[in-house]
Design a protein around this ligand. Structure first.
Ligand code: SF4
Length: 323
């Protein structure tokens, strides 16, 4: 998601009541975690695209992240994504004529330093890099991603309405949705375009729906907040130099809403019963929690929430993979 899901700053915490909050230039992406609250484990209270994706990938992974809040190692790829996103956000602070590729590349080391100051634990990424060679290569990769963006969009012709926009809404059902949108453009006609930067490569067509789901999630939040259905959703893949667009309809968004409600019911059932099933896939290779996962011989921590048995005939959450 890379994401957004690829970004280390997607770690959410705290509590928000505002319906719409701009993060502000360079502000870290700190938002309420779906179930996070001070003072111990809490049941999930909201859904974000990243956590919805976690649950669909593996319910046990969702539990480890949202309920147990198990720590995860910093990732070089996710951290690079955070730095690239910060540059693409801050770049618009400058007057249009000064938004150049060399200028943007030059911002990369400074944004890394700022991120490191906020999150000193990221130093461990380069702890064994005595000569600084790996750090230099990593920064060069980030600079290349930033530079590629200039072949896909022209920032001298863009004036975003919002950058790093925190959005939140409560559906009629009571389900709270929240997330961050990289950029919102509003045309003189009032039409809205939602833009998301991905530092990875565009997925093959058969996997494109997953990335679009995140964008439709944001579109649903914008629409249900009382706005119009966004005219266009745009994914900018810096890794491969692709731009994917989709023009959603009300029917699309109603479909996403139904899926999210089904997903939320499955999450609530698992929360009540404590029945969080592992769903092993190739993605387990990237999971930090194998030591706690029964699929890899591990044992999950003691479940920190009160357990209530499932209703007879209730749908086991392990079957919700098709959502
Ligand atoms: S290792 Fe795989 S199955 Fe186990 S929790 Fe992680 S993603 Fe789920």
């Amino acid at each position: 998601m890379g994401t957004s899901s690829e970004r280390a700053e997607a770690a959410r915490q705290g509590g928000h009541s505002a319906q719409l909050t701009a993060g502000g230039p360079g502000a870290p992406r700190m938002a309420p975690e779906d179930g996070r609250a001070a003072g111990g484990a809490q049941p999930p209270v909201a859904l974000s695209p990243s956590r919805a994706s976690d649950f669909q990938q593996c319910p046990l992974l969702y539990r480890f992240r949202v309920i147990d809040k198990l720590p995860e190692k910093p990732s070089a790829a996710a951290t690079r994504g955070t730095v690239v996103h910060a540059v693409l956000e801050r770049l618009f602070d400058a007057p249009a004529a000064e938004r150049t590729a060399p200028g943007a590349r030059a911002m990369v080391p400074g944004e890394w330093e700022k991120l490191l100051a906020r999150r000193p634990e990221l130093a461990e990424l380069f702890a064994d890099d005595a000569d600084g060679e790996r750090l230099s290569a990593w920064l060069a990769e980030a600079e290349a991603l930033v530079e590629r963006w200039f072949s896909l969009e022209d920032p001298t012709r863009l004036e975003p309405a919002e950058r790093e926009l925190y959005v939140e809404t409560v559906l009629e059902s009571g389900l709270q949705l929240r997330g961050f949108i990289d950029r919102v453009d509003i045309a003189p006609t009032g039409e809205v375009r939602i833009v998301d930067y991905k530092t990875g490569k565009a997925p093959r067509p058969q996997f494109a729906e997953g990335a679009l789901f995140q964008m439709k999630f944001y579109a649903l939040v914008m629409w249900r907040r009382g706005g119009a259905v966004p005219r266009r959703l745009q994914l900018v893949y810096l890794g491969s130099g692709d731009v994917v667009t989709y023009d959603p309809t009300e029917a699309d968004l109603r479909g996403v809403e139904r899926k999210l409600l089904a997903l939320w019911e499955a999450i609530q059932l698992a929360t009540r019963t404590g029945d969080w099933r592992p769903r092993p896939t190739k993605l387990c290779g990237w999971c930090d929690h194998q030591a706690h996962c029964p699929e890899f011989g591990g044992t999950p921590p003691v479940y920190p929430l009160q357990v209530r048995p499932a209703e007879p005939g209730g749908e086991p959450q392990g079957r919700m993979g098709a959502i």
